[in-house]
Design a protein around this ligand. Structure first.
Ligand SMILES: [Zn+2]
Length: 178
């Protein structure tokens, strides 16, 4: 007898769980993934991608799921590689730091105004302990992409204004006297 262990919105998430279960020696299967690969927006309507296990192994599988959720496997990975270490404050060395998400807010604002998000360029971090703010070296987009995007928006804006101006000269009674 096969039982559904968990349901995920995307097939990728389900395959990550599947890989972990199989690595732990628990036979697991994925069901109803192909429609969602074809059109992921139907995932909720179709009930998501199901990760299924044998009923006899459901307890073991639930332990694996709770270990994933508690971050147990992440701790192992951090201990082995050391590459998942959190950012530290360069001023007081505290690891109570948070990301400043202004660039995302700017991107959403430009999405609202121009219908296209201006790519954010630089990540900033803030220390919760001493309020020190610093820039991280992780650049999401290069400066040249930012310059190109601003140039593109400027050109589109000028074309839009020119079209509006000429259309208005032909059709608006007020603009005829300009
Ligand atoms: Zn600090």
């Amino acid at each position: 007898m096969i039982t559904t262990l968990t349901t995920k919105t995307t097939a990728i998430e389900a395959h990550i769980i599947l890989g972990r279960l199989q690595a732990e020696g628990i036979p697991a299967f994925i069901a109803f993934e192909h429609h969602i690969w074809a059109n992921w927006m139907l995932s909720n309507a179709l009930g998501g991608v199901r990760v299924q296990v044998l009923s006899s192994r459901i307890k073991d599988a639930n332990v694996v799921i709770s270990n994933i959720e508690n971050g147990e496997f992440q701790k192992y990975l951090e201990a082995e590689t050391g590459c998942l270490e959190k950012e530290h404050c360069p001023s007081c060395n505290s690891n109570a730091v948070k990301n400043i998400i202004w660039p995302w807010k700017i991107a959403f604002l430009s999405l609202f105004i121009f219908t296209v998000p201006i790519p954010y360029v630089q990540n900033q971090m803030k220390c919760v302990e001493c309020n020190h703010v610093w820039k991280t070296h992780k650049r999401t987009y290069s400066v040249s992409v930012m310059i190109f995007t601003i140039f593109l928006f400027g050109t589109l804006l000028l074309i839009g204004l020119a079209l509006w101006f000429f259309w208005c000269r032909l059709n608006c009674s007020v603009a005829r006297f300009i």
